[in-house]
Design a binder for this molecule. Structure first.
Ligand code: FNR
Length: 421
Protein backbone atom coordinates (compact mmCIF):
# COMPACT_ATOMS: atom_id res chain seq x y z
CA UNK A 1 0.00 0.00 0.00
CA UNK A 2 2.99 2.32 0.55
CA UNK A 3 3.82 1.97 -3.15
CA UNK A 4 0.26 2.67 -4.33
CA UNK A 5 -0.26 5.55 -1.90
CA UNK A 6 2.96 7.22 -3.08
CA UNK A 7 1.78 6.86 -6.69
CA UNK A 8 -1.68 8.25 -5.98
CA UNK A 9 -0.02 11.11 -4.11
CA UNK A 10 1.72 12.00 -7.34
CA UNK A 11 5.21 10.88 -6.31
CA UNK A 12 7.04 9.74 -9.39
CA UNK A 13 8.98 6.52 -8.95
CA UNK A 14 12.78 6.93 -9.16
CA UNK A 15 12.97 3.82 -11.32
CA UNK A 16 10.51 2.08 -13.69
CA UNK A 17 8.50 -0.63 -11.97
CA UNK A 18 8.42 -2.89 -15.03
CA UNK A 19 11.60 -4.95 -15.35
CA UNK A 20 12.07 -4.49 -19.10
CA UNK A 21 11.64 -0.73 -18.72
CA UNK A 22 14.07 -0.76 -15.78
CA UNK A 23 16.65 -2.57 -17.89
CA UNK A 24 16.23 -0.01 -20.69
CA UNK A 25 16.59 2.86 -18.23
CA UNK A 26 19.82 1.30 -16.93
CA UNK A 27 21.09 0.91 -20.48
CA UNK A 28 20.61 4.65 -21.00
CA UNK A 29 22.13 5.62 -17.66
CA UNK A 30 25.56 4.00 -18.06
CA UNK A 31 28.21 3.34 -20.71
CA UNK A 32 27.69 0.61 -23.29
CA UNK A 33 30.54 -1.44 -21.82
CA UNK A 34 29.24 -1.12 -18.29
CA UNK A 35 25.76 -2.17 -19.38
CA UNK A 36 27.16 -5.10 -21.35
CA UNK A 37 28.94 -6.27 -18.20
CA UNK A 38 25.82 -6.02 -16.01
CA UNK A 39 23.31 -7.41 -18.45
CA UNK A 40 25.36 -9.97 -20.33
CA UNK A 41 25.53 -13.71 -19.88
CA UNK A 42 27.70 -16.54 -21.10
CA UNK A 43 27.77 -17.70 -24.72
CA UNK A 44 24.51 -17.29 -26.60
CA UNK A 45 22.77 -16.46 -23.29
CA UNK A 46 20.67 -19.62 -23.43
CA UNK A 47 21.02 -20.09 -19.67
CA UNK A 48 19.70 -16.61 -19.05
CA UNK A 49 16.70 -17.38 -21.22
CA UNK A 50 16.22 -20.77 -19.55
CA UNK A 51 16.21 -19.15 -16.11
CA UNK A 52 13.23 -17.04 -17.16
CA UNK A 53 11.48 -19.76 -19.17
CA UNK A 54 11.51 -22.07 -16.14
CA UNK A 55 9.21 -19.67 -14.28
CA UNK A 56 6.72 -19.78 -17.16
CA UNK A 57 6.24 -23.48 -16.62
CA UNK A 58 4.53 -22.79 -13.31
CA UNK A 59 1.37 -20.90 -12.51
CA UNK A 60 0.06 -19.62 -9.20
CA UNK A 61 -3.29 -21.26 -8.43
CA UNK A 62 -5.26 -18.69 -6.40
CA UNK A 63 -7.74 -19.57 -3.65
CA UNK A 64 -10.48 -17.20 -2.48
CA UNK A 65 -12.30 -16.22 0.74
CA UNK A 66 -9.49 -17.13 3.10
CA UNK A 67 -9.10 -13.96 5.24
CA UNK A 68 -5.80 -12.61 4.07
CA UNK A 69 -6.19 -9.21 5.73
CA UNK A 70 -3.04 -9.66 7.79
CA UNK A 71 -0.04 -11.12 6.00
CA UNK A 72 3.37 -12.18 7.24
CA UNK A 73 6.33 -12.16 4.85
CA UNK A 74 8.92 -13.09 7.45
CA UNK A 75 11.10 -16.17 7.36
CA UNK A 76 13.60 -17.86 9.64
CA UNK A 77 17.07 -17.91 8.08
CA UNK A 78 20.40 -18.76 9.69
CA UNK A 79 19.00 -18.52 13.16
CA UNK A 80 17.32 -15.14 12.72
CA UNK A 81 13.87 -13.92 11.88
CA UNK A 82 14.03 -11.86 8.67
CA UNK A 83 11.40 -9.36 7.60
CA UNK A 84 11.15 -10.81 4.08
CA UNK A 85 12.43 -13.83 2.15
CA UNK A 86 14.70 -11.66 -0.06
CA UNK A 87 18.44 -11.27 0.03
CA UNK A 88 20.61 -9.17 -2.26
CA UNK A 89 22.93 -11.50 -4.16
CA UNK A 90 26.55 -10.40 -4.46
CA UNK A 91 27.29 -8.19 -7.45
CA UNK A 92 30.89 -7.29 -8.14
CA UNK A 93 32.25 -4.21 -9.88
CA UNK A 94 29.17 -2.24 -8.81
CA UNK A 95 31.05 0.98 -9.55
CA UNK A 96 30.23 0.36 -13.19
CA UNK A 97 26.59 1.00 -12.29
CA UNK A 98 27.03 3.98 -9.96
CA UNK A 99 29.86 5.86 -8.24
CA UNK A 100 28.36 5.09 -4.80
CA UNK A 101 28.52 1.41 -5.69
CA UNK A 102 28.36 -1.08 -2.81
CA UNK A 103 27.82 1.67 -0.24
CA UNK A 104 24.55 2.71 -1.90
CA UNK A 105 23.40 -0.91 -2.10
CA UNK A 106 24.31 -1.52 1.53
CA UNK A 107 22.38 1.52 2.72
CA UNK A 108 19.28 0.52 0.72
CA UNK A 109 19.50 -3.04 2.05
CA UNK A 110 19.69 -1.74 5.63
CA UNK A 111 16.69 0.55 5.11
CA UNK A 112 14.58 -2.41 4.02
CA UNK A 113 16.04 -4.95 6.45
CA UNK A 114 17.19 -7.23 3.64
CA UNK A 115 20.52 -9.08 4.03
CA UNK A 116 23.17 -7.93 1.56
CA UNK A 117 25.87 -10.32 0.40
CA UNK A 118 29.05 -8.25 0.04
CA UNK A 119 30.96 -9.29 -3.05
CA UNK A 120 34.52 -10.53 -3.11
CA UNK A 121 34.84 -8.29 -6.20
CA UNK A 122 33.34 -5.23 -4.57
CA UNK A 123 34.22 -1.70 -5.61
CA UNK A 124 34.39 -0.63 -1.96
CA UNK A 125 36.15 -2.39 0.92
CA UNK A 126 33.86 -4.37 3.19
CA UNK A 127 34.85 -2.13 6.14
CA UNK A 128 33.42 0.92 4.39
CA UNK A 129 30.21 -0.81 3.32
CA UNK A 130 29.67 -2.30 6.77
CA UNK A 131 30.11 1.12 8.38
CA UNK A 132 27.52 2.58 5.98
CA UNK A 133 25.10 -0.26 6.76
CA UNK A 134 25.02 0.27 10.50
CA UNK A 135 23.23 -2.68 12.05
CA UNK A 136 21.98 -3.92 8.65
CA UNK A 137 22.41 -7.61 8.03
CA UNK A 138 25.36 -8.53 5.81
CA UNK A 139 27.06 -11.69 4.61
CA UNK A 140 30.38 -12.01 2.81
CA UNK A 141 30.82 -13.78 -0.52
CA UNK A 142 34.19 -15.45 -1.06
CA UNK A 143 35.87 -16.44 -4.27
CA UNK A 144 38.16 -19.14 -2.95
CA UNK A 145 41.64 -17.83 -3.71
CA UNK A 146 44.71 -19.83 -4.57
CA UNK A 147 46.26 -18.11 -1.54
CA UNK A 148 45.06 -19.62 1.73
CA UNK A 149 46.50 -16.64 3.60
CA UNK A 150 44.33 -14.32 1.55
CA UNK A 151 41.22 -16.46 2.14
CA UNK A 152 41.89 -16.43 5.85
CA UNK A 153 42.43 -12.69 5.81
CA UNK A 154 39.20 -11.95 3.89
CA UNK A 155 37.25 -14.11 6.31
CA UNK A 156 38.90 -12.55 9.36
CA UNK A 157 37.89 -9.14 8.04
CA UNK A 158 34.36 -10.35 7.26
CA UNK A 159 33.97 -11.50 10.86
CA UNK A 160 35.41 -8.24 12.16
CA UNK A 161 32.88 -6.15 10.20
CA UNK A 162 29.93 -8.16 11.46
CA UNK A 163 29.13 -10.43 8.54
CA UNK A 164 26.71 -13.15 9.65
CA UNK A 165 27.65 -15.79 7.11
CA UNK A 166 30.06 -16.68 4.32
CA UNK A 167 28.78 -17.51 0.86
CA UNK A 168 31.42 -19.42 -1.07
CA UNK A 169 30.80 -19.07 -4.78
CA UNK A 170 31.85 -22.25 -6.55
CA UNK A 171 30.82 -21.54 -10.13
CA UNK A 172 33.52 -18.99 -10.99
CA UNK A 173 36.76 -20.98 -10.62
CA UNK A 174 37.18 -20.00 -14.27
CA UNK A 175 35.63 -16.88 -15.74
CA UNK A 176 32.75 -17.73 -18.09
CA UNK A 177 32.76 -17.13 -21.82
CA UNK A 178 31.20 -13.67 -21.61
CA UNK A 179 30.33 -12.85 -25.19
CA UNK A 180 29.35 -9.22 -24.73
CA UNK A 181 32.46 -8.45 -22.67
CA UNK A 182 34.65 -10.17 -25.23
CA UNK A 183 33.06 -8.17 -28.03
CA UNK A 184 33.66 -4.99 -26.07
CA UNK A 185 37.18 -6.23 -25.26
CA UNK A 186 36.33 -5.48 -21.68
CA UNK A 187 37.85 -6.95 -18.56
CA UNK A 188 36.43 -5.10 -15.55
CA UNK A 189 38.65 -6.64 -12.88
CA UNK A 190 41.92 -5.43 -14.33
CA UNK A 191 40.31 -2.04 -14.82
CA UNK A 192 40.49 -1.77 -11.08
CA UNK A 193 36.85 -1.26 -10.25
CA UNK A 194 36.18 -4.56 -8.54
CA UNK A 195 39.32 -5.10 -6.52
CA UNK A 196 38.63 -3.08 -3.38
CA UNK A 197 38.73 -6.13 -1.08
CA UNK A 198 42.25 -6.80 -2.40
CA UNK A 199 43.69 -3.29 -2.36
CA UNK A 200 42.53 -2.92 1.24
CA UNK A 201 43.99 -6.25 2.37
CA UNK A 202 47.31 -6.54 4.26
CA UNK A 203 47.96 -10.08 3.01
CA UNK A 204 47.41 -9.04 -0.61
CA UNK A 205 49.85 -6.16 -0.07
CA UNK A 206 52.45 -8.66 1.19
CA UNK A 207 51.93 -10.90 -1.83
CA UNK A 208 52.44 -7.94 -4.16
CA UNK A 209 55.53 -6.92 -2.24
CA UNK A 210 57.02 -10.40 -2.55
CA UNK A 211 56.35 -10.35 -6.25
CA UNK A 212 58.01 -6.98 -6.76
CA UNK A 213 61.00 -8.22 -4.78
CA UNK A 214 61.22 -11.32 -6.96
CA UNK A 215 61.13 -9.30 -10.17
CA UNK A 216 63.49 -6.52 -9.17
CA UNK A 217 65.96 -8.46 -7.09
CA UNK A 218 66.60 -8.87 -3.38
CA UNK A 219 66.72 -5.77 -1.29
CA UNK A 220 63.86 -4.18 -3.25
CA UNK A 221 60.92 -4.56 -0.92
CA UNK A 222 58.78 -1.51 -1.55
CA UNK A 223 56.25 -0.27 0.91
CA UNK A 224 52.84 -1.37 -0.40
CA UNK A 225 49.93 0.57 1.06
CA UNK A 226 46.26 0.56 0.06
CA UNK A 227 46.79 3.93 -1.63
CA UNK A 228 49.75 2.64 -3.62
CA UNK A 229 47.81 -0.46 -4.60
CA UNK A 230 44.86 1.59 -5.76
CA UNK A 231 47.08 3.80 -7.88
CA UNK A 232 48.90 0.73 -9.22
CA UNK A 233 45.58 -0.61 -10.45
CA UNK A 234 44.56 2.70 -11.89
CA UNK A 235 47.86 2.94 -13.78
CA UNK A 236 47.14 -0.54 -15.10
CA UNK A 237 43.61 0.54 -15.90
CA UNK A 238 44.63 3.54 -17.94
CA UNK A 239 47.16 1.38 -19.74
CA UNK A 240 44.53 -1.19 -20.53
CA UNK A 241 41.81 1.30 -21.42
CA UNK A 242 38.97 -0.85 -22.48
CA UNK A 243 41.19 -3.23 -24.39
CA UNK A 244 41.77 -6.75 -23.16
CA UNK A 245 45.02 -7.19 -25.01
CA UNK A 246 47.08 -4.33 -26.24
CA UNK A 247 50.78 -3.92 -26.99
CA UNK A 248 50.83 -0.80 -24.81
CA UNK A 249 49.67 -2.68 -21.74
CA UNK A 250 52.76 -4.79 -21.43
CA UNK A 251 54.95 -1.70 -21.82
CA UNK A 252 53.06 0.31 -19.24
CA UNK A 253 53.04 -2.63 -16.87
CA UNK A 254 56.80 -2.87 -17.02
CA UNK A 255 56.77 -0.52 -14.08
CA UNK A 256 57.05 -3.02 -11.24
CA UNK A 257 54.22 -2.19 -8.84
CA UNK A 258 51.28 -2.02 -11.31
CA UNK A 259 52.56 -5.12 -12.99
CA UNK A 260 52.99 -7.02 -9.74
CA UNK A 261 49.57 -5.91 -8.49
CA UNK A 262 47.73 -7.06 -11.61
CA UNK A 263 49.72 -10.28 -11.95
CA UNK A 264 49.23 -11.14 -8.29
CA UNK A 265 45.52 -10.54 -8.59
CA UNK A 266 45.20 -12.70 -11.69
CA UNK A 267 47.31 -15.36 -10.00
CA UNK A 268 45.39 -15.63 -6.76
CA UNK A 269 41.84 -14.77 -7.89
CA UNK A 270 40.55 -18.33 -8.00
CA UNK A 271 41.61 -21.92 -7.70
CA UNK A 272 40.19 -24.30 -10.32
CA UNK A 273 41.89 -27.27 -8.64
CA UNK A 274 39.63 -27.23 -5.57
CA UNK A 275 37.77 -30.38 -4.53
CA UNK A 276 35.36 -31.34 -1.77
CA UNK A 277 38.34 -32.30 0.40
CA UNK A 278 39.38 -28.65 0.55
CA UNK A 279 36.16 -27.61 2.28
CA UNK A 280 37.48 -28.69 5.67
CA UNK A 281 40.12 -25.91 5.45
CA UNK A 282 37.40 -23.33 5.29
CA UNK A 283 36.33 -24.24 8.80
CA UNK A 284 39.83 -23.48 10.03
CA UNK A 285 39.50 -19.93 8.74
CA UNK A 286 36.08 -19.07 10.06
CA UNK A 287 33.42 -20.03 12.54
CA UNK A 288 30.68 -18.28 10.54
CA UNK A 289 27.92 -20.31 8.90
CA UNK A 290 28.96 -21.38 5.40
CA UNK A 291 26.67 -21.44 2.36
CA UNK A 292 27.80 -22.87 -0.98
CA UNK A 293 26.67 -20.83 -4.00
CA UNK A 294 26.41 -22.36 -7.43
CA UNK A 295 25.03 -25.78 -6.48
CA UNK A 296 22.76 -27.13 -9.24
CA UNK A 297 22.96 -30.93 -8.96
CA UNK A 298 21.23 -32.91 -6.19
CA UNK A 299 24.32 -35.10 -5.74
CA UNK A 300 26.36 -31.97 -5.02
CA UNK A 301 23.69 -30.88 -2.55
CA UNK A 302 24.10 -34.24 -0.79
CA UNK A 303 27.88 -33.84 -0.69
CA UNK A 304 27.46 -30.35 0.69
CA UNK A 305 25.32 -31.78 3.50
CA UNK A 306 27.90 -34.51 4.14
CA UNK A 307 30.45 -31.73 4.62
CA UNK A 308 28.24 -29.99 7.14
CA UNK A 309 27.48 -26.80 5.23
CA UNK A 310 24.91 -24.44 6.70
CA UNK A 311 23.08 -23.56 3.51
CA UNK A 312 22.93 -23.94 -0.24
CA UNK A 313 22.51 -21.26 -2.87
CA UNK A 314 20.98 -22.71 -6.02
CA UNK A 315 22.43 -20.36 -8.62
CA UNK A 316 23.93 -20.36 -12.08
CA UNK A 317 25.35 -16.88 -11.60
CA UNK A 318 22.55 -15.37 -13.64
CA UNK A 319 23.58 -17.38 -16.68
CA UNK A 320 27.00 -15.72 -16.76
CA UNK A 321 29.14 -18.83 -16.36
CA UNK A 322 27.90 -21.97 -18.14
CA UNK A 323 25.84 -21.37 -21.23
CA UNK A 324 23.19 -24.02 -21.91
CA UNK A 325 23.14 -24.79 -18.22
CA UNK A 326 20.17 -26.08 -16.27
CA UNK A 327 17.86 -23.29 -15.09
CA UNK A 328 17.91 -22.74 -11.34
CA UNK A 329 14.16 -23.20 -10.91
CA UNK A 330 14.38 -26.51 -12.80
CA UNK A 331 17.25 -27.60 -10.56
CA UNK A 332 15.44 -26.62 -7.36
CA UNK A 333 12.93 -29.45 -6.72
CA UNK A 334 15.48 -32.29 -6.75
CA UNK A 335 17.73 -30.31 -4.41
CA UNK A 336 14.83 -29.51 -2.09
CA UNK A 337 14.03 -33.22 -1.94
CA UNK A 338 17.62 -34.16 -1.15
CA UNK A 339 18.10 -31.46 1.47
CA UNK A 340 14.76 -32.32 3.08
CA UNK A 341 14.66 -29.22 5.24
CA UNK A 342 18.00 -29.83 6.94
CA UNK A 343 19.55 -26.52 5.77
CA UNK A 344 18.13 -23.40 4.11
CA UNK A 345 18.11 -23.14 0.33
CA UNK A 346 18.44 -19.77 -1.36
CA UNK A 347 17.58 -19.54 -5.06
CA UNK A 348 18.74 -16.85 -7.44
CA UNK A 349 19.10 -16.33 -11.20
CA UNK A 350 15.95 -15.17 -12.93
CA UNK A 351 14.02 -13.54 -10.08
CA UNK A 352 12.41 -10.46 -11.62
CA UNK A 353 9.63 -9.71 -9.17
CA UNK A 354 7.52 -10.84 -6.27
CA UNK A 355 5.47 -13.35 -8.25
CA UNK A 356 8.68 -15.15 -9.26
CA UNK A 357 9.59 -15.27 -5.59
CA UNK A 358 6.21 -16.89 -4.80
CA UNK A 359 6.96 -19.64 -7.31
CA UNK A 360 10.47 -20.33 -6.01
CA UNK A 361 9.29 -20.30 -2.37
CA UNK A 362 6.37 -22.60 -3.22
CA UNK A 363 8.82 -25.06 -4.78
CA UNK A 364 10.81 -25.17 -1.55
CA UNK A 365 13.31 -22.31 -1.58
CA UNK A 366 13.74 -20.77 1.87
CA UNK A 367 14.73 -17.40 0.42
CA UNK A 368 15.42 -15.83 -2.97
CA UNK A 369 18.27 -13.66 -4.18
CA UNK A 370 17.79 -10.52 -6.24
CA UNK A 371 20.61 -9.85 -8.72
CA UNK A 372 20.48 -7.72 -11.88
CA UNK A 373 17.26 -5.88 -10.97
CA UNK A 374 18.92 -4.08 -8.05
CA UNK A 375 22.04 -3.43 -10.14
CA UNK A 376 19.81 -1.71 -12.69
CA UNK A 377 18.13 0.28 -9.93
CA UNK A 378 21.60 1.34 -8.77
CA UNK A 379 22.52 2.41 -12.31
CA UNK A 380 19.37 4.50 -12.70
CA UNK A 381 19.04 6.15 -9.30
CA UNK A 382 21.75 5.03 -6.85
CA UNK A 383 20.65 4.13 -3.32
CA UNK A 384 17.09 5.28 -3.97
CA UNK A 385 16.93 3.14 -7.10
CA UNK A 386 18.05 0.04 -5.25
CA UNK A 387 15.58 0.75 -2.46
CA UNK A 388 12.67 1.09 -4.88
CA UNK A 389 13.53 -2.04 -6.84
CA UNK A 390 13.77 -4.13 -3.69
CA UNK A 391 10.67 -2.53 -2.16
CA UNK A 392 8.76 -3.31 -5.38
CA UNK A 393 9.79 -6.96 -5.11
CA UNK A 394 8.54 -7.02 -1.52
CA UNK A 395 5.28 -5.27 -2.43
CA UNK A 396 4.53 -7.61 -5.33
CA UNK A 397 5.31 -10.62 -3.17
CA UNK A 398 2.92 -9.36 -0.50
CA UNK A 399 0.11 -8.77 -3.01
CA UNK A 400 0.62 -12.04 -4.87
CA UNK A 401 0.64 -13.93 -1.60
CA UNK A 402 -2.61 -12.33 -0.46
CA UNK A 403 -4.31 -12.55 -3.85
CA UNK A 404 -3.42 -16.22 -4.05
CA UNK A 405 -5.18 -16.73 -0.72
CA UNK A 406 -2.21 -17.07 1.62
CA UNK A 407 -1.43 -15.27 4.84
CA UNK A 408 2.22 -16.11 5.17
CA UNK A 409 5.27 -17.23 3.27
CA UNK A 410 5.28 -20.31 5.49
CA UNK A 411 1.95 -21.39 3.93
CA UNK A 412 3.41 -21.56 0.43
CA UNK A 413 3.95 -25.05 -0.95
CA UNK A 414 3.59 -27.15 -4.10
CA UNK A 415 -0.21 -26.90 -3.77
CA UNK A 416 0.11 -23.14 -4.33
CA UNK A 417 1.11 -23.90 -7.91
CA UNK A 418 -0.01 -25.73 -10.97
CA UNK A 419 2.23 -26.88 -13.84
CA UNK A 420 1.44 -24.71 -16.85
CA UNK A 421 0.22 -26.04 -20.16
C1 FNR B 1 27.08 -11.26 -10.45
N1 FNR B 1 27.10 -12.38 -9.64
C2 FNR B 1 28.10 -12.53 -8.72
N2 FNR B 1 28.12 -13.62 -7.89
C3 FNR B 1 29.07 -13.75 -6.97
O1 FNR B 1 29.06 -14.74 -6.24
N3 FNR B 1 30.04 -12.80 -6.84
C4 FNR B 1 30.11 -11.71 -7.62
O2 FNR B 1 30.99 -10.86 -7.46
C5 FNR B 1 29.13 -11.57 -8.62
N4 FNR B 1 29.15 -10.50 -9.48
C6 FNR B 1 28.14 -10.31 -10.37
C7 FNR B 1 28.13 -9.18 -11.18
C8 FNR B 1 27.07 -8.95 -12.06
C9 FNR B 1 27.07 -7.73 -12.90
C10 FNR B 1 25.99 -9.88 -12.10
C11 FNR B 1 24.80 -9.63 -13.00
C12 FNR B 1 26.01 -10.99 -11.32
C13 FNR B 1 25.99 -13.33 -9.65
C14 FNR B 1 24.87 -12.88 -8.70
O3 FNR B 1 25.27 -13.06 -7.37
C15 FNR B 1 23.58 -13.70 -8.91
O4 FNR B 1 23.85 -15.05 -8.82
C16 FNR B 1 22.94 -13.38 -10.26
O5 FNR B 1 22.96 -12.00 -10.51
C17 FNR B 1 21.51 -13.90 -10.31
O6 FNR B 1 20.99 -13.81 -11.59
P1 FNR B 1 20.04 -12.61 -12.09
O7 FNR B 1 18.87 -12.57 -11.19
O8 FNR B 1 20.88 -11.39 -12.06
O9 FNR B 1 19.70 -12.99 -13.49
Amino acid sequence: SEVYRAGVGGAKPAVPVDHAALEQAARKAISAEAFAYLAGGAGGEATMAANRAAFSRWQVWPRVLRDVAARDLSIELLGRRRATPFILSPIGVAELAHADADVAVGRAASELDVPYVLSNQASRPMEEVAAAMGAGSRWFQLYWSRSDELNASFLRRAEAVGCEAVVVTLDTHLLGWRTRDLDAAFLPFTRGQGIAQYTSDPVFAELVRDRVARSTGPGERPRVTPTLLRSAFSIARSAVGTRLVDGGVRDALRSPLPRAAVETFLDVFSDPSLTWDDLARLREWTSLPVLLKGVLHPDDASRALDHGVDGIVVSNHGGRQVDRSVATLDALPAIVERVAGSVPIVLDSGIRGGADAVIALSLGATAVGIGRPYAYGLAVAGQEGVREVVRNHIAELDLTLGLAGHRSVAELGPETLRAAG
